[in-house]
Design a protein around this ligand. Structure first.
Ligand SMILES: C[S@@+](CC[C@H](N)C(=O)[O-])C[C@H]1O[C@@H](n2cnc3c(N)ncnc32)[C@H](O)[C@@H]1O
Length: 385
């Protein structure tokens, strides 16, 4: 159980959370104003706040914030010691909002949909894994020098970090030997599979997590155009690229509209679109209680518009990758279906990350319970001629 000082800090963070400020943003502001807090202390405060939102519906709303935080931590400890101590039926009603169940299509595997749903719910309540992306071919060497790293068959050079040191302070981070990047996001880069010398467009580049991966996979050869409508994020991208010593990219502003940033035609386009983020609900449990069906509807329409706007920029045989860190039907398969129906000039592109024997290898849903990481949907098309 966290000590009283931690509970007090966590209660102050909760008091700073408003309708338009997420828990992770509130935590960042809180820590910015208290630079004297050491990384291990900050870790426990963050953990306590996230645990609170994971178990929110179980808490006594009349109790003080400190008491509720204590209740949440006790529930979490009991669950972590024995995940089956909480019934999946209970989790289905309390751990997520009811509207979610109209939007999820679980994989019908040998074990059956019921098992997948229970596993998904239990995964949502666990502490999320921390994933690193080593530079191409350097995964084993990084694991050796950082310790506490586990590799995965799912993605070359992806490492799950199980240690406690402050990664941002390591020499390996400062010299650009790795990025902190969720496994699901790394799999987007591997689905795109750019080749050295190609010309790519990362259309919603944000802070550049995937731009850097594409540029790295291209071995600093060719070019990645990185665009976003948020110029601050693009500035962060440039700083990250400098640390990683990647130079094969250029940045432009693009607001997502039909007026494109360039007339260049691309070998590949990645649209890592804005989405409801349901796939991140394990890492960011506060979002379970702030995301609405209206958000899902609006973001699905935005995604389709963005896809339509970029599609004309493909070269003959060019590849288009659509990725969203969400799992709602409206934003994943429904957008992919509507887009494919409107674009007969494109054909499905089998993705290298699809499971062998998959009925449609051009579409991959990554479930948190299967990869111990964020949920993600990825679809690919190729321009026929
Ligand atoms: C999922 S995030 C991208 C994350 C980024 N690719 C990465 O790997 O770090 C989506 C991005 O789309 C941008 N965005 C949101 N709405 C947009 C729009 N209508 N047009 C263009 N970009 C938009 C946001 O600024 C945000 O950076």
């Amino acid at each position: 159980m966290p000590d009283q000082a931690t509970l007090n800090h966590a209660a102050q963070v909760l008091a700073g959370i408003s309708a338009d400020q997420r828990a992770d943003t509130a935590l960042r502001f809180y820590f910015e104003g208290r630079r004297y807090l050491q990384p291990p202390v900050k870790r426990v405060i963050s953990h306590t706040v996230f645990v609170y939102f994971r178990w929110l519906s179980w808490l006594d709303s009349k109790a003080s914030p400190q008491k509720r935080l204590e209740q949440a931590v006790a529930l979490h400890e009991r669950f972590m010691a024995d995940p089956k101590s909480v019934k999946a039926e209970t989790l289905a009603v309390r751990a997520v909002p009811a509207w979610l169940w109209t939007e999820l299509d679980f994989p019908a595997d040998a074990a059956g949909e019921t098992t997948a749903k229970a596993d998904y719910l239990r995964q949502l309540q666990r502490d999320p894994a921390l994933w690193l992306r080593a530079r191409p071919g350097k995964g084993a060497a990084l694991a050796k020098s950082l310790f506490a790293c586990e590799s995965t068959e799912r993605a070359v050079d992806a490492l799950r970090f199980t240690g406690t040191q402050d990664l941002f302070k390591t020499e390996q981070f400062k010299t650009g030997e790795f990025e902190i990047q969720d496994l699901a996001s790394q799999l987007v880069g591997h689905a795109a599979a750019p080749v050295p010398g190609e010309t790519w467009w990362d259309a919603c580049a944000g802070e550049g997590g995937k731009t850097l991966h594409l540029a790295d996979l291209m071995q600093n050869k060719g070019v990645v155009w990185a665009t976003d409508r948020n110029e601050k994020r693009i500035d962060t991208l440039k700083r990250r690229a400098a640390r990683a010593k990647l130079f094969n990219f250029r940045t432009e502003f693009w607001d997502g509209g039909s007026r494109l940033p360039t007339k260049v035609k691309f070998d590949g386009i990645l649209l890592d679109a804005p989405c409801s983020g349901v796939g991140t609900w394990q890492r960011n449990p506060h979002a379970r209680w702030t995301t609405t069906p209206d958000d899902v509807r609006e973001l699905a329409a935005t995604q389709l518009a963005l896809l339509n706007n970029v599609a004309g920029s493909l070269k003959p045989k060019g590849r288009l990758i659509y990725a969203v860190c969400t799992l709602t039907r409206s934003e994943t398969t429904a957008v992919a279906d509507a887009f494919a129906a409107a674009h007969p000039e494109l054909e499905p592109l089998p993705l290298a990350i699809a499971k062998p024997g998959s009925p449609d290898p051009s579409r991959v849903t990554l479930w948190p319970q299967e990869i111990n990481a964020n949920g993600m949907f990825i679809a690919g098309w190729r321009k026929k001629t």
